[in-house]
Each structure stands twice: as C-alpha cells, then as structure tokens.
Write a protein that binds this ligand. Structure first.
Ligand code: ATP
Length: 488
C-alpha cells in the first residue's frame, strides 16, 4: 500500500531524515515512534505531499507521489495532522462532510446518499453521532480531535495517515477510539500509518513499528520483536523496563525513575502480633510475588497480614471478607498481602539471616490438618479443605529479577517439602509422605534496592540462605503446632 525508499529530508542545512526505507502492507496498522524531533511528523508530511520530496521515493498503491494530483492523492489517502486550526461557524457534521470533497465532481456537486452514509459511518466510528449538530468550537479538545478523525475517515481513503490521533484524549477515550479505529480498519482493509508518542499505545495497537532516532531507522518490525528495553533505552535515553500485559498478549513498557527511595532496612523488620493475626509492616513498599488470598501475583506491598480464623470459618467469598477485615483493621487491601490460617498465629516462627550482601528473613505458620501428597492428590475425593495450612512470607534485602522471584518460590517449596518429610507428616488419605497442605500460601518479597540477584535457586548464595531459613522455620513451626496440639 505504501512504499518509502531511501527518503531523506533537510530543513535548510539541517538533515532531519536520513535514508528511511520501509513499506506498509494493505490492512496493516503501522506505527511510527521516536523521541521529540526524531523526524516523525516530517516523514508524515512528506507522505502527505505537504512537504516536497527532494530525496528518495514514495509510492502509494504503486503510484509515485509525483504522479498523483492533490485530488487523486486525496482519493487514496487521508491525513489527520498533529495540530489543526478550528474553523469557526461549522457544525461537527459539516466539518466531517468536508472529507467528501475528494469524491465530488463538477462545480456544484450534489450531496449523494453515499456521501451521507460515509459521514454517518465516520461519526459512528469516532462516537460523535450524537453531537453532529453541535458547533465545532463548542467541543472539547478530545472531541474536536475525534471530529477531525471522522473527517479523514469520511474521505474513505485506502491509506490513513495519523499524527498522534489521540492527542488531547483521556486514557479511556484513547482506548475507545483506537479500538473502534482498529475494528473499522480491519473491516474495510484500511491501512493506517500513525505517529504515536506513547510506546504502550504503539505496542498495544500496531502490527509493526518504525522506531526513529535522529532521523534514522533505529528499528523496524513487530513491537514484540523490536521494542526491546535495550533499544528503547538507547532511543529515548531513559531506562525502560518491559513486562507482559496482564490481559492482552502484548508487552507494556515503563520508564524507571532515577530518583530511588531510601533503602529499606530489613534489620528493622519484625513481626507484630495482634489478637488474631501476625503482621509484618515495612516502612517502604516491597515487591512481592504471592499466592495469597489478597494481593496475589506481582504487587508492591507494605503489609503482610496472616490472619487466624476459627475452625468453622466458612465464607462464600473469602477474598471479599478478608478485604473487609483488612479495612476494618486499618490495612489498605491494595497494599497488603492477606493470608488466612486456622493455626494459632502466636506460634509463628520468624527467622532472619543478616549477612553482608545477602540478608533474608522468613515468617512461617504451620498446621497440617490438610496435609497432602501432591503426587497422589488425584486419589483424594473432592472435599472442602479442612483447617491446617502452611503460610510463609519470605523477605529478601536486594533486587530480584522475575526469574529470581520464581526460583525463590521453588527453593522455598523444596525446603518445605523436606521439612515435612523430616517430621514424617503424612497425607492421611494416601498414607504417603505429604508435600504440603492443600491450602498453603507463599509470598516472596524483596526491597528491590541494593545487591542484584538474578537467580535464587539452590546453586546461588541467596537460594542456599532461603533453603536453610525455610527448612528451619518450617520444622520449628511444625513442632510448635504439635506441642500445642499435645497440650489440648
Ligand atoms: N519547518 C521547519 N523548519 C526547520 N526545522 C524544522 C521544521 N519543522 C521541523 N523542524 C525540525 O526538524 C526536526 C524533526 O521535526 P519533526 O516535527 O519531524 O519531529 P517529530 O519526531 O515529529 O517531533 P515531535 O515528537 O516533537 O512531534 C526537529 O528538530 C524540528 O525542530
């Protein structure tokens, strides 16, 4: 649909584009990203004939730009520029109707049914049908941007050129508009070339991206392939991290502020006992990977609450009930990792190892009423879980990679299994050694300051520390539980 070959451009003696080459297939949503001044708008202006092409070749649908008259160009392509002067005295519909100019013939063209249909459809795509009779100047900045986009769509182009189409729009407006635009483009086989400032928008919506740096191609390809942290770090001259989008099969990017919080002193961390809970409170947020009832997955959390409930605790929505409990006790559920147990939380074991460069601590409560052998759990009859859970919070003083978080979970689980074997805890149904309980919870937390740990498996110093702490704390917690049962 669009071929750009060896295109360069100078303003006076300043070179702003340097031999840029790419092509865009029909139906593609193609993004152009890059820092301010990297040449994105200039490139779009060259494609839209707003600037004369002095060096290189551009063709639309096989037609070289030089062979296309303005009206011929307008039948193939439409453009939404970065800034537009608001013309006074026009309604929204009249503004959108101007997009039909390229399709009209003769000196006094008639308004046809096709013109009307194209305008109505364009208004529907941008969600402005209900405001079509409003004067344009009375619209908000975001609504006005949508009206201009509708004007470009009403042109029924094969190629749509957009310079920051979501300028002035709030986040929900951006998502709504880009979702509709993508659906409309897919339905009509429309090709979209869009400049985006926000790299997450480009990653979410573009099939491929061109990354410009100082007028040169820094990368070209599918966002997942080319938008690497190293490339973006270099292009935007700021540290970028990327992670998987939690809901869409896309990547998300975040800039990392260089102003860092003070170091969290792990030495000051101690469990605090309430009547029905054991609590760890960190002065600064810790990055946590957990399976807890409240705060599962990756989170930033300041509090860890292991709450004791009665043997008869039975609640349809335990998570919601736990959230209410946390709020009632002054903990923010958004910053708290909340677990439940039926064992006496006063039997919690806190073990800490403070060594130069590798400090960690664990908090464990253990009950084995639900002991299960994971390898033979398939033999169990489905039944409501009985009280008896091993809950564990691990805190590491250091910066953990995601691999290290996962390995810490593996190391902790292996050490727990060993502790259960050491105390001959059995699965009462299969009469084999138990590997855990059916309701265990684990949270691994890290200060994310100081020493970096790429891994936390047992081949590493951190893994060995965690393995020992978890093993010893679990043994002690099992023994305390056993002693209390003996007393009863
Ligand atoms: N008319 C002009 N005359 C002289 N220099 C210009 C002109 N228009 C743009 N430039 C310069 O060309 C370079 C590229 O500008 P361009 O607008 O293409 O960048 P951009 O990547 O779109 O930037 P932004 O993200 O800020 O919109 C910039 O250094 C800019 O100052």
């Amino acid at each position: 649909m669009l071929q750009v070959r060896e295109v360069s451009h100078r303003y006076g003696t300043t070179q702003v584009l340097d031999r840029v080459t790419f092509s865009v297939e029909k139906g593609e949503l193609f993004g152009i990203i890059g820092p301010n001044g990297s040449g994105k708008t200039t490139l779009l202006k060259l494609i839209s004939k707003e600037l004369p092409l002095a060096s290189g070749e551009i063709a639309i649908s096989g037609w070289p730009l030089s062979e296309l008259s303005t009206k011929q160009w307008a039948r193939l392509a439409a453009v939404l520029p970065q800034t537009l002067e608001t013309a006074h005295g026009y309604t929204v519909k009249e503004t959108v109707a101007l997009g039909r100019y390229a399709h009209q013939r003769g000196l006094l063209p008639a308004w046809t049914a096709e013109d009307e249909a194209a305008v109505q459809e364009a208004l529907a795509v941008v969600g402005l049908a209900h405001k079509m009779d409003a004067p344009l100047e009375r619209l908000s900045g975001g609504e006005r941007q949508r009206a201009y986009l509708a004007r470009a769509l009403a042109q029924e182009p094969q190629l749509l050129l957009l310079d920051e189409p979501t300028n002035h729009m709030d986040v929900s407006g951006q998502v709504r508009l880009l979702d509709r635009l993508t659906a409309a483009a897919r339905a009509r086989g429309l090709t979209v070339v869009a400049v985006f400032h926000e790299m997450n928008v480009a990653s979410l919506y573009c099939d491929r991206v061109l990354v410009l740096k100082d007028g040169k191609t820094a990368a070209l390809g599918a966002p997942a392939d080319v938008m690497t942290p190293a490339l973006l770090n270099d292009v935007f001259a700021a540290p970028v991290v990327r992670q998987a989008h939690p809901a869409a099969a896309k990547l998300m990017f975040s800039f990392v502020p260089q102003h860092r919080e003070e170091k969290t002193p792990l030495g000051g961390l101690r469990p605090v006992f309430l009547a029905d809970a054991v609590v760890l409170a960190s002065p600064r947020p810790l990055r946590v990977l957990s399976s807890a009832l409240v705060g599962a997955g990756f989170q930033w959390a300041t509090h860890f609450v292991n709450r004791q409930v009665g043997l008869d605790y039975d609640c349809g929505d335990a998570e919601e009930e736990m959230r209410r409990y946390l709020k009632r006790h002054g903990f923010s559920p958004e910053r708290t990792i909340g677990m439940m147990t039926a064992v006496d939380v006063h039997d919690a074991v806190w073990l800490q190892e403070e060594r130069k460069g590798c400090s960690a601590a664990v908090l464990v409560t253990a009950g084995v009423g639900n002991a299960v052998d994971a390898a033979r759990a398939w033999r169990h009859q489905p039944a409501a879980a009985k009280p008896g859970t091993i809950n564990m919070v691990i805190v590491v003083d250091g910066t953990l990679t995601e691999a290290a978080f996962v390995q810490a979970v593996m190391t902790a689980t292996e050490a727990k299994v060993k502790a259960l074997a050491e105390r001959s805890v059995c699965d009462p149904e299969t009469r084999t050694l138990a590997t855990g309980t059916s309701t265990d919870s684990l949270a691994v937390a890290a200060t994310q300051t100081g020493r970096s740990f790429s891994y936390a498996g047992t081949a590493t110093e951190l893994g060995r520390t965690l393995g020992r702490l978890v093993y010893e704390a679990t043994i002690e917690a099992l023994d305390r539980c056993e002693r209390r049962r003996g007393k009863r």
